[in-house]
Design a protein around this ligand. Structure first.
Ligand SMILES: Nc1ncnc2c1ncn2[C@@H]1O[C@H](COP(=O)(O)OP(=O)(O)OP(=O)(O)O)[C@@H](O)[C@H]1O
Length: 397
């Protein structure tokens, strides 16, 4: 009997221990759940609500649908010192975000920091290593300022936070080395097979102008020029670029058509002046990209107006509104208008850029706006994370 009692006693002790262990586990689980809960589960502060609704309602050319719609993993947290907005953004727009945080800081009277990490996604699959997106800058007509615009656009995209390269596709008249101030540099090679691009104004660059004297390339026949371009395109070792800008040769002939098929661009930008003759050629450029199914991201009107240094009078040397009308007619965005300016011309000749030389000036601000509009347009129309991408709802029937 005593033996049975002992067994019974041990069993009930074991049961009690097991029960206690289960209870402890449940308590641990609960405490874990609560300690890992999102601090935002608590009510947002008044200031956090103001910041959130301002970001949601803010509209500009680059943000036609508000800032929040273009962000992922957004958190807004107020501390004693400041209000910090964190998360990811899909296109470069740092200067606009800085201005927005400045305005919010003034309105709320407390430091607002908008600290969004840029994450550009590749739009189109291709074989060019370490390049996310390739954008062609083209013009139907020579001399409208395509290369000048391409260089300033590359510098502006970089100032907005992106990693940028520029490929000079104009084998017969390369001007990128001069405009980036690296005319006498040569690309290096570590393996004897690929070339490391030259860095000018903070932008990685590759051009036939680095490899042979201009006079040599100018007399090359078509196949030779084409082989040289293939080499530049496929044998350059870019370093993790968000955007590679391709400065296309002017015109809409066979060379340009072949290039626009050969380069895996995710979109093209057309540079034009407001002059009728340039616009007629810009139309041809748009038609050429349509033919090869390359989307037009927008039009840039260069030399739109001139402001007199002495009296400040604005004159429209090449006509008025031409680019605006052409953009409307083709249903493409007008990304921006640039003045005919002595500073732009002098900078181009000296390998400088207004975006760096006078970053708060009117011309730099125009280039920065065009850069944001361009990258924003690519994000809005082609990125899976865009608010314009329809949500697919799968319903059981
Ligand atoms: N907004 C501007 N204001 C003043 N000068 C400009 C402007 N844009 C370009 N230029 C000048 O116009 C000339 C032609 O510019 P650029 O070489 O960029 O044109 P392009 O269209 O690329 O020409 P190409 O047909 O030779 O490729 C250059 O001297 C350049 O400095």
């Amino acid at each position: 009997m005593a033996q049975w009692y002992k067994i019974y006693h041990h069993l009930s002790l074991l049961f009690l221990l097991f029960f206690a262990y289960r209870q402890i586990k449940v308590v641990i689980l609960f405490s874990k759940f609560f300690s890992s809960s999102d601090p935002r589960n608590s009510e947002p502060t008044e200031n956090e609500v103001i910041v959130e609704s301002t970001l949601a309602q803010y509209h500009s050319e680059a943000f036609p649908k508000g800032v929040i719609n273009c962000c992922q993993h957004l958190t807004i947290k107020e501390s004693k010192k400041d209000i910090v907005v964190k998360g990811e953004i899909g296109f470069p727009c740092q200067t606009e975000l800085d201005e927005l945080s400045h305005q919010l800081t003034k309105a709320i009277n407390k430091q607002v920091v908008i600290d969004l990490t840029l994450l550009v996604m590749p739009i189109k699959k291709h074989d060019i290593a370490d390049v996310k997106n390739i954008i062609a800058v083209a013009s139907g007509k020579g001399g409208v300022g395509k290369s000048t615009t391409a260089v300033n656009l590359a510098v502006a995209l970089q100032a907005e936070g992106a990693r940028v390269g520029i490929l000079d596709a104009d084998i017969y008249g390369p001007s990128i080395p001069l405009m980036l101030g690296v005319k006498n540099e040569k690309p290096m090679s570590e393996d004897g097979k690929s070339m490391i691009p030259v860095n000018g104004l903070g932008v990685e660059a590759m051009s036939i102008g680095f490899l042979v004297p201009d006079s040599d390339a100018a007399v090359w026949r078509g196949p030779m020029a084409s082989r040289a371009f293939d080499q530049l395109l496929n044998e350059t070792r870019w370093s993790e670029l968000d955007y590679l800008i391709v400065d296309m040769p002017p015109g809409t002939g066979d060379i340009q058509l072949t290039l626009s098929q050969k380069v895996p661009v995710c979109g093209a930008v057309i540079v034009t002046t407001p002059q009728d003759i340039a616009l007629a050629d810009a139309n041809k450029g748009i038609a050429m990209f349509d033919k090869v199914n390359v989307p037009i991201l927008g039009l840039i009107e260069n030399m739109s107006y001139h402001i007199c240094d002495n009296c400040g009078h604005q004159s429209f040397l090449f006509g008025e509104q031409g680019g605006v009308d052409a953009a409307k007619a083709h249903n493409v965005p007008l990304l921006g208008q640039l003045p005919l300016s002595l500073a732009v011309r002098e900078n181009a000749d000296q390998g400088l850029s207004q975006v760096i030389e006078n970053s708060t000036g009117q011309i730099a601000q125009q280039y920065l706006k065009i850069a944001r509009n361009l990258a924003g347009q690519l994000f809005l129309t082609k990125d899976k994370r865009s608010p314009d991408t329809p949500d697919i709802l799968i319903k059981e029937v």
